[in-house]
Ligand binder design. Structure first.
Ligand SMILES: NC(=O)c1ccc[n+]([C@@H]2O[C@H](COP(=O)([O-])OP(=O)(O)OC[C@H]3O[C@@H](n4cnc5c(N)ncnc54)[C@H](O)[C@@H]3O)[C@@H](O)[C@H]2O)c1
Length: 303
């Protein structure tokens, strides 16, 4: 059985910092790398803030702080980040050529037995595997936002991924407190994202055609499914509208269907740089988005 004791996370943006924190929280050493030093510093500060929140709210004990943070190392040199890793998890932007380049780099630096996994939301591992010399040791390992509140990960192999590699990834997922979901056969969007894709495509279509306001679509959703999780447009703001755009483009390229192309309601916001929570504007304005207001679902709230 392959043992995963040391991990490298490549890319410290929205997902990389959460994945690495979840790993560290569960007692496994993890090195975080990003091409941008300021992102690395941001990631460290964000992780310290989250751990402080966990302690303040009682989900972690005070003495957990040093244990969790002690499992994290930040590295601005990719070779130092990857050389001892049993598993390298790539979490760079959703662009095929970039991911292929990063896979090739990791492959050249990581030790022979190491597994290389991609957190990609829509790129199948078979599109990345031949960028490496170890196609039998690569896999999709797809986490969800927020990693600790959506504790599941989809695991899928490519054309020649070995079973013991997939088994090791399942065991690793359990060890870090997330439920492994095995994707049998290749599937763009894996499991849940195929369902989510249908939802986001349809809500944007309804809003874009002028049938209903963004807020009213979200209101309908919240009344049916509850307020605990952000409704679809708010969820897209959290994910990042640039990330949503890239994913929609991948689906459209794959299907060749114009109906799958991102709608103007999305492309216009991305072109303006309104990318959701991370820029303070998206479908809602932050830090106090309308959907989170007490009276958002009151009978007199809609127009
Ligand atoms: N945002 C989500 O909700 C979400 C959920 C699941 C999966 N994903 C997937 O995770 C991946 C990352 O998404 P994200 O939202 O964290 O993106 P992000 O833009 O927040 O972070 C990406 C990071 O990668 C860094 N980077 C760029 N080029 C690099 C390189 N060559 N080497 C190392 N680092 C590099 C950037 O500086 C940035 O910090 C994507 O494949 C995305 O599809 C995203």
């Amino acid at each position: 059985m392959i043992k995963i004791k040391r991990v490298a996370v490549i890319g410290a943006g929205t997902m990389g910092r959460q994945i690495s924190l979840q790993i560290a929280r569960n007692g496994i050493s993890v090195v975080v790398f990003d091409i941008d030093d300021s992102v690395l510093a941001d990631a460290k500060a964000a992780q310290e803030r989250i751990v402080a929140e966990w302690i303040a709210s009682g989900v972690e004990a005070e003495n957990a702080r040093s244990a969790i943070l002690g499992n994290l190392r930040y590295e601005a040199d990719l070779s130092l980040a990857t050389r001892d890793a049993d598993l390298a998890i790539e979490a760079v932007p959703e662009q095929l050529e970039l991911k292929r380049r990063v896979f090739k780099q990791i492959d050249g630096l990581a030790r022979e037995g190491a597994i290389i996994a991609s957190n990609s939301s829509s790129i199948r591992i078979s599109a990345l595997e031949d960028a490496t010399e170890r196609p039998e040791q690569v896999a999709n390992l797809h986490f969800y936002l927020t990693v600790w509140d959506s504790p599941m990960v989809e695991i899928g192999g490519g054309s020649s991924t070995r079973d013991d590699v997939l088994d090791a990834l399942s065991a690793f997922a359990r060890a870090i407190g997330v439920l492994p979901l095995r994707v049998r056969g290749e599937s763009t969007g894996f499991i849940f994202n195929r369902v989510w894709r249908a939802i986001k495509k349809e809500v944007m279509k309804v809003a874009d055609s002028g049938i209903a306001a963004v807020e009213d679509i979200d209101r309908a959703w919240m009344i049916k499914f509850g307020r605990e999780q952000p409704p679809p447009f708010a969820q897209m703001d959290r994910i990042g509208l640039d990330v949503i755009y890239d994913i929609e483009m991948r689906y459209a390229e794959e299907s060749g269907d114009r109906d799958d192309l991102p709608r103007p309601i999305l492309t216009e916001k991305v072109a303006r740089g309104d990318l959701g929570v991370k820029t303070g504007r998206g479908f809602y304005n932050y830090p106090n988005p309308a959907y989170a207001a007490e009276d958002f679902l009151e009978p007199d709230a809609s127009e």
